[in-house]
Write a protein that binds this ligand. Structure first.
Ligand code: ZN
Length: 226
């Protein structure tokens, strides 16, 4: 396995696009692959957006995996267009949680990575803002990493550059990487399938736009802030 190659679990959203830009900087474009999962999410547009972004970044190896059987074994508001997306109540998971999603994604990604001789698997999961998602927690990712190594007798590294960052800090990272404007205009995080700034109303948009506003506030001079 080569240390110098990486596979980005890539959705075409703000977080994974920032991870992709970071990976390209650290590993070199030719050493970065992407994998995207189509799992019957509300907006298949997500896959098209991911394809476009990977192409814009010059990624030659972009694998799209069909997992459209997912809604045969579970459902939630991302998979079922009849369910309304509800905000998380205190101490309860938001109803956008897809049970086992990251477990499945990381497993499939690891099998693909191994077949390509890739050791590092990069994911934009983050527990700071999304505390309601159990499989975005650092403890889960670390546990999954150990399990994958045991399962395939290898030395994967699940890399989580955004794990401890707030949304504002993720925007700051995109800015340092020189892709803030690109991320702002071209990525898709909105649950209602609106690219860029999004619908502005769904929980994902609120989080994203609040983070951006917060980051922009830090750029203002102390005089303006006072
Ligand atoms: Zn939205």
């Amino acid at each position: 396995m080569e240390r110098g190659k990486a596979l980005v679990v890539f959705s075409g959203g703000q977080d994974s696009t920032t991870c992709l830009a970071k990976a390209i900087k650290e590993y070199g474009r030719e050493n970065v692959s992407c994998i995207t999962f189509f799992y019957g999410q509300r907006h298949s547009l997500e896959v098209e957006v991911a394809k476009k972004i990977a192409a814009d970044f010059g990624i030659a190896d972009h694998k799209v995996i069909q997992m459209d059987w997912y809604n045969q074994i579970t459902t939630n508001s991302l998979l079922d267009p009849n369910l309304e997306i509800a905000r998380a109540e205190a101490s309860k998971c938001p109803n956008t949680v897809v049970d086992g999603r990251n477990m499945l994604f990381f497993t499939v990604a690891a099998v693909y990575a191994k077949s390509r001789g890739i050791r590092d698997i990069i994911t934009g999961v983050c527990e700071t803002d999304f505390s309601g998602y159990p499989d975005c927690r650092d403890v889960f990712v670390k546990s999954c990493n150990v399990t994958l190594n045991l399962a395939m007798d290898t030395t994967f590294r699940l890399v989580t550059p955004l794990m401890d960052l707030t949304k504002a800090e993720t925007w700051a990272l995109a800015d340092r990487l020189g892709v803030l404007e690109y991320v702002e205009k071209n990525t898709l995080t909105c649950y209602n399938g609106v690219v860029g700034a999004g619908c502005g109303k769904c929980p994902s948009c609120l989080l994203r736009n609040r983070g951006l506003a917060e980051y922009r506030q830090t750029l203002k001079s102390p005089l303006e802030n006072s």
